[in-house]
Design a protein. Sequence first.
Length: 116
Amino acid sequence: SWTTEGDPVRLPATLVQPMAASDVAAAVARTASGTPLRGIRDVAGPDVFPLDELGRITLEARPDGRHVVTDDGAGMFAVVTGDVLIAPEGAELATTHYRDWLRLQGPRRQRATSGP
């Protein structure tokens, strides 16, 4: 979903609410082992970010010299409008914040600058 042309990473400012996979798994396990809902359980991460800001936070935490340019026409999330990727009011919010999750991941290998 990141659009790159050389150095800049182009991302729209679409609002997203990332959730750690371990929090997703815990929510699924609670739901599967609990009383039948006969409905929908909404779950989401505790933080809401514009996708371009999420990209900046991610690149700052990694050994990656690229920078983010806000481009509301870039990538597959560019077609999303409004707050449809944000959990509705009353959703169960996970406890893992994105910045905390990112710190736990540690530095990633620097991106390749050439190759296939």
